[in-house]
Design a protein around this ligand. Structure first.
Ligand SMILES: *Cc1c(COP(=O)(O)O)cnc(C)c1O
Length: 359
């Protein structure tokens, strides 16, 4: 009838992603943020008089999602909580629990099954269903399938790993047919549908997804180990290096691998972190992730700049933190590039300290 309602190329991508997530259906949107917006809008229950539902959000979460909910742009109120306090935050007008695992940018992992159990307990008290949506962008269905752990919706920014080449934008939600129908209705009304050309590229991206995820993960693991032993580095955040017993368990039961995104804090504060992003040559200083190209950015100064500064620090996003999304370049070349950038920053810092002393 009309391309805003349905497109066969987009439907092909949706079918494939639904199969990968073990879901009845999937609904694709123009971007990840359009997908998340639709999830929030689909959570209203007009038949019960809940037009603008209360949302329980778990921090840290993607900066754009944090901003969408905190700003109240969609008329919704948000309560930010820790994973363990989700049940207590649920109210009679709560329509959605939204979380991200592994989370952005600290790679903190949330136990989806435990959180869902808590929500189901709270549901009995409030007397209605409260859907749990998991932003699974970092993990991809290769490493994690949230619906298997009880989540109602698995959300992806397809712009990242699913497309995989940094040249197409999209968002997609895998869910039951009942939720998919509501999401399609929101999409039809608001017009956030994926463009067919992007749908073609994203569908093609799925063909190499497992191979890319595995190769990128292997390089990320090697880089994380190297960084963890480097005296210029304060702390490395990578699920594969965590000693926390819960996270180690989740790496077996929930996630089939630590993935290819890592974060690390460098000596020398925010200036050193920013200096490194300016000095890398092979690595691209840019937001986004999941591309064949390795990308670096300082979240506090870029993607999480929109998050309230105090909340940002509290959720583990300090100014000296760098996030690295590892691509398909040779790992030795990546290590060399980082090593040189860090040395240059250290040398520049040394000169500054000397100048300060003599003045
Ligand atoms: C990029 C991203 C989004 C937003 O997706 P867009 O396609 O940029 O709109 C949401 N969640 C996570 C985890 C992301 O990485």
């Amino acid at each position: 009838i009309y391309a805003r309602l349905h497109n066969p190329t987009v439907a092909g991508f949706e079918r494939a992603l639904a199969d990968l997530e073990g879901a009845d259906a999937a609904v694709a949107f123009a971007t990840g943020m359009a997908a998340i917006t639709a999830v929030v809008l689909a959570a209203s229950r007009p038949e019960e008089g809940v037009h603008r539902p209360h949302v329980v959000g778990v921090r840290p979460i993607y900066g754009g999602t944090d901003h969408l909910l905190s700003s109240g742009l969609l008329g919704t109120e948000v309560t930010w909580t820790e994973p363990g306090a989700v049940g207590a935050a649920i109210r009679p007008d709560t329509g959605l629990v939204l979380l991200e695992t592994p989370a952005n940018p600290t790679l903190a992992m949330v136990d989806i099954a435990a959180l869902v159990r808590e929500v189901r307990r709270a549901e009995r008290e409030v007397g209605h269903a409260v859907p749990v949506a998991v932003d699974s962008t970092f993990a991809t269905p290769v490493l994690q399938r949230p619906l298997e752990h009880g989540a109602d919706m698995a959300v992806h920014s397809a712009t990242k790993f699913l497309g995989g080449h940094g040249d197409a934008m999209g968002g997609i939600v895998a869910a039951s047919e009942a939720w998919a129908a509501r999401l399609r209705q929101v999409r039809m009304i608001t017009g956030g549908i994926l463009h067919p050309l992007a749908g073609y590229l994203l569908h093609r991206g799925l063909q190499t997804l497992p191979a890319r995820v595995r190769a990128q993960q292997e390089s990320a693991h090697a880089l994380a180990q190297w960084l963890a032993e480097d005296p210029r580095v304060l702390e490395v955040f990578y699920p594969g290096l965590r000693e926390d017993p819960l996270e180690q368990r989740l790496l077996v039961t929930q996630q089939r691998g630590p993935g290819s995104v890592l974060a690390f804090r460098v000596r020398g504060g925010p200036a050193a972190a920013l200096g490194i992003t300016e000095r890398v040559r092979l690595i691209t200083p840019a937001v986004s992730r999941g591309s064949v190209d390795t990308l670096i950015q300082a979240p506090a100064h870029l993607t999480h700049r929109v998050v309230d500064a105090e909340a940002r620090e509290a959720s583990g996003v300090p100014g000296d933190l760098l996030r690295l999304s590892v691509g398909l370049e040779a790992v030795e070349d990546l290590r060399e590039d980082l090593d040189r950038a860090m040395s240059e920053v250290e040398a520049a810092h040394g000169v500054e300290a000397l100048v300060a002393l003599t003045v």
